[in-house]
Design a protein around this ligand. Structure first.
Ligand code: AGP
Length: 628
């Protein structure tokens, strides 16, 4: 999705903007631009470029800016930058941000969607404003232009009046020629992070853009407004116009984590970080002395937990798949009925929900619009609403009653990997915690389960060792030219397959479909083409349904499929039946998605690499989807 960087101070402003935008490239975008106030020439200077498939976008923009003298030599104390992911108006230089007003005095960058832009535009055109793009954003500039004149040059007041007219989601950074040492930012349902640093103040839509300058950051609430000054002062105002001092959060991770560190792509780096991420997510959750799991941040008393009648899990994409797996975990351990819904459907399906319902919203980014809307709706019903997220300060943390943080640290690749594994670990612990509080598991059992989970980091390490990775690569290379790939499993194995298929689709662009192995003979088996040797990835780990799984493998094999099995070490039977085997360490069935998913991530990535895809920034996708 779109990215924003804004800064003012005595630093090299163009460089700071371009470096910040480079750290937002991972979010996915089609064009980029910056605007600075040239104090010497007394005018706004803007440069924008469209993405080209063969060039790094920000390098292109850097060259273009330098060619126009927008570099360290320019006398500028304030600037704004943007990466655009088109929603209203095709990718083009005219539609790229920053946008300027009629007189060239105001520049604005915007993330989100102004839902009432058509009506506002009609009114502004009527009043004589001249629009130069097809974007929804441009209404913001012309409103600012109008209100700035009406408010006698009071920039903050003109922003307030403008924002009052807007419905929809927005994060805005505003630059005005008459205020060369100031930037005004505001937001509604679109993230914005702020901080002061040695030479001034800085804001961005996402932390990686500013982490190189400060690790002490603040977040604005919806419709709050902040004025950034070149001396590092930041004034924050709530929607009523009251000045307030924001909370400061210290970011634990550093800039190295937002860089590739020798890996060819972020996805591979993040896959290899998983042993540590799993360890971090497990840490601090078990009181060894009391032999109890602890979730002190949960706002649920023992009586609340005992009264829970039903659990709803709402999420999108990969997080939804984590929800499917968590359903198995919670139903097995805590014996509570769980319904998993894609967040975009939840509001519209009239869910059966009341004060005795626990709603768990899972979102890596904490900014997914569909999930946020589901949470808002659930809160209105009086249900207990908790979020599972990776991002401290994200929107969901303000909307849910409580947030449980997974410890994946910043995830850059668009395809979620380590955040997914961290979600699975946290949700397994939560399932066990609910069982513990409901008196369904003895201390001995809880302790045993937790200790088994503590083996996971080493088990994942073994899957990332050369021998295992080579086996995955060999299997992947045999599938590169397939037209479609099927993923089959049973129970949690089937849920694991949904995520495996999504990973393959999103980064390799191959068609893939996942289904319960028992279902394949009811229709989908028709897709198996003996001439193609259609790949079928079978999650066939030791489990209660293992024998049934073998029968399903034989069914597809008999129709000419090329079968890649994920099997438990020591399983001699399976080698006879399949074309490729990747061995996994024996783990309890209910947590097996945590290890099996690592193999499926490597499988998808290797196919994508063989096909020459942009693994980190797949086409048409964005890291956080802030529109419904
Ligand atoms: C993950 O690989 C995908 N890019 C996508 O499905 C993602 O999981 C989905 O958009 C939900 O994101 P969230 O977890 O940040 O809410």
């Amino acid at each position: 999705m779109c990215g924003i960087v804004a800064c003012c101070g005595s630093d090299n402003i163009p460089q700071l903007l371009l470096n910040g935008l480079a750290h937002l490239e991972y979010r996915g975008y089609d064009s980029a631009g910056i605007a600075v106030i040239d104090n010497e020439e007394g005018r706004l200077r803007v440069v924008k470029r469209l993405r080209q498939s063969d060039r790094g976008m920000i390098d292109l923009l850097r060259e273009a800016a330098a060619a126009e003298g927008i570099d360290e030599a320019i006398s500028a104390r304030a600037g704004i930058g943007h990466t655009r992911w088109a929603t209203h108006g095709a990718p083009s230089v005219a539609n790229a941000h920053p946008h300027l007003d009629c007189e060239g005095r105001i520049a604005v960058v915007h993330n989100g969607i102004i839902e009432n832009h058509a009506r506002l535009k009609a009114e502004l055109v009527e009043e004589g404003h001249c629009f130069k793009s097809q974007t929804d954003t441009e209404v913001v500039i012309h409103l600012l232009e109008k209100y700035y004149d009406q408010a006698d040059g009071d920039l903050v007041e003109s922003v307030r009046r403008t924002v009052a007219q807007l419905s929809g989601s927005f994060a805005l950074a505003i630059l005005h020629l008459g205020h060369p040492d100031t930037i005004v930012v505001t937001r509604n349902d679109s993230p914005l992070v702020l901080g002061s640093y040695e030479y001034g103040s800085i804001a961005a839509s996402d932390t990686p853009a500013i982490i190189g300058y400060t690790r002490d950051v603040s977040y604005l609430g919806n419709r709050d407004l902040a004025v950034l000054h070149g001396d590092g002062q930041i004034e924050c105002y709530d929607p009523a116009g009251e000045l307030y001092v924001p909370n400061i959060y210290h970011i634990e991770w550093d800039i190295e984590e937002a860089e590739k560190g020798g890996y060819p792509d972020f996805m591979l780096k993040e896959i290899f970080e998983q042993p540590q991420v799993v360890q971090n997510t497990l840490a601090g959750r078990f009181d060894a002395q009391a032999q109890r799991l602890q979730f002190d941040e949960l706002p649920l008393s023992p009586a609340d937990i005992a009264a829970i009648e039903r659990v709803y899990i709402v999420a999108c994409g990969t997080s939804y798949h984590a929800g499917l797996i968590a359903k198995n975990m919670i139903e097995n351990a805590a014996r509570l009925p769980v319904e998993v819904q894609v967040a975009s459907e939840f509001r519209y399906h009239n869910p059966i929900i009341n004060g005795n319902t626990l709603v768990i919203a899972i979102t890596q980014s904490g900014e997914t619009a569909d999930t946020l809307e589901a949470v808002r709706m659930a809160r209105q019903t009086g249900a207990h609403v908790i979020a599972v997220t990776n991002v401290v300060g994200s929107r969901i943390t303000a909307e849910a009653q409580t947030s449980l943080f997974v410890k994946a640290n910043i995830e850059i690749a668009v395809a979620a990997t380590k955040s997914f594994l961290a979600q699975l670990v946290l949700l397994s612990l939560l399932a066990l915690y609910l069982a513990q509080e409901l008196g369904l598991l003895t201390k001995r059992k809880i302790s045993k389960y937790y200790n088994e989970m503590c083996q996971l980091p080493a088990q994942i390490e073994s899957l990332l060792a050369e021998e295992s990775v080579s086996a995955v690569k060999a299997a992947a290379e045999a599938c590169v030219h397939a037209h479609t790939a099927l993923f089959i499993g049973r129970g949690v194995g089937a849920s694991t397959c949904y995520e495996g298929a999504l990973k393959l689709k999103e980064i390799s662009y191959l068609h893939a479909e996942a289904l319960s192995a028992g279902e394949i003979k009811h229709g989908t088996i028709a897709l198996i083409d003996p001439d193609q040797g259609t790949p079928v990835v079978a999650v066939a780990l030791q489990s209660a349904t293992y024998d049934k799984m073998l029968a399903n493998i034989q069914e597809v094999k008999a129709r000419g499929a090329r079968v890649i099995a994920l099997a438990t070490e020591g399983d001699e039977q399976i080698t006879e039946l399949v074309d490729h085997v990747v061995w996994l360490p024996p783990v309890r069935e209910i947590i097996s998605p945590i290890t099996a998913s690592v193999v499926l991530q490597l499988f998808a990535r290797h196919i994508a690499v063989c096909l020459g895809r942009d693994v980190d920034q797949p086409r048409n996708l964005a890291k956080s989807v802030t529109v419904e």
